[in-house]
Ligand binder design. Structure first.
Ligand code: ADP
Length: 289
């Protein structure tokens, strides 16, 4: 409970304006949905909602493990000048620390299970507070919300403008997760899998070139402990059970933008920009150079 309150405190008043988060008018009650989720809303923690024109974008990226949420969310965050906040990264940062929470988290995460709302809100709250101190505005959330309850709570404290739902067939998702590698030194993500599946049962063929690391990262590659086949399948199952209802939640609100990935980054990135009505000036410069 206290953790959730901290999130609201961090997002409230002056900080909300700078970060682009929205807030409730003082006389407005918090959303019934959020209240129904069982979280207390102290009056001083209510937030005033700001019109979208006065702040940066507040988007959510949804999609199964391995779909590439992180890749596309971080590219868009650079393009739009908003922070990319991935709750999975916050969890992994905590896991890498020596705190007592790390031991508790390792067991849950390594089985592919979801960590408790209280822990997630606590980590998110700390991340938002840090951003607030650095004058961040707006956000692209990745990996959050992952349950309807989390979506309801988020709805109770801020406005989400748009939810991008990335989609890819399940056999490809598993292959992609198993091919994921991280450089233990620079922290960049790579993928050794070369996806080349033929079209069948009405599904189009998909080709995704591997995302290979430069030579200096090659010997330092590590695999996430939760990227084993058994755990990946468990995470996909949990996603289907817990997170697909989140898609329905946002679909009903008319905020869901579905995007079927047509292939790897070279094929998907321009198409994603096109449906979002955006242009990547850097890429255009490179293309015409
Ligand atoms: P994925 O590749 O499954 O999308 P993430 O990097 O987003 O993985 O998350 C890694 C792990 O962190 C999840 O399996 C889960 O244990 C935990 N986690 C991340 N975000 C949340 C959340 N919003 N709620 C609960 N647990 C989460």
């Amino acid at each position: 409970m206290a953790a959730v309150q901290r999130l609201f405190r961090a997002a409230a008043s002056g900080g909300a304006a700078r970060r682009g988060m929205t807030s409730l008018a003082p006389e407005q009650a918090p959303s019934a949905a959020a209240a129904a989720a069982g979280f207390p809303f102290a009056a001083e923690e209510r937030m005033r909602r700001r019109p979208a024109a006065e702040r940066n974008v507040q988007w959510v990226f949804l999609g199964c493990p391995g779909v590439g949420k992180g890749t596309y969310a971080s590219r868009l965050s650079r393009l739009l000048g908003v922070p990319h906040i991935a709750t999975g990264d916050l969890v992994r940062d905590e896991l890498a620390s020596t705190g007592s929470l790390a031991v508790q988290l390792a067991e849950i995460v390594n089985q592919g299970k979801l960590v408790s709302d209280e822990i997630i809100f606590n980590l998110l709250s700390k991340r938002l507070k840090k951003g607030e101190d650095q004058g961040e505005s707006g956000f692209i959330l990745d990996g959050f919300p992952r349950t309807v309850k989390q979506a309801e709570i988020l709805d109770g404290v801020t406005d989400i403008d748009m939810v991008v739902n990335l989609k890819l067939r399940e056999d490809v998702l598993v292959e992609k997760c198993l091919g994921r590698r991280i450089c233990s030194q620079c922290g960049k993500n790579f993928n050794l899998a070369c996806i080349d599946v033929t079209g069948e049962n009405g599904l189009p063929p998909i080709y995704m070139a591997p995302l290979l690391p430069p030579n200096n990262c090659m010997s330092k590659l590590i695999t996430r402990a939760d990227d084993t086949e058994e755990v990946v399948r468990n995470r996909l199952q949990i996603y289907n059970d817990m997170s697909q209802p989140v898609e329905d939640f946002y679909r009903k609100q008319g905020k869901l933008l579905e995007f079927n990935l047509p292939g790897g980054i070279p094929e998907s990135w321009p198409k994603l920009l096109h449906i979002l009505n955006l242009e990547d000036q850097e890429e255009m410069k490179l293309a015409t150079a």
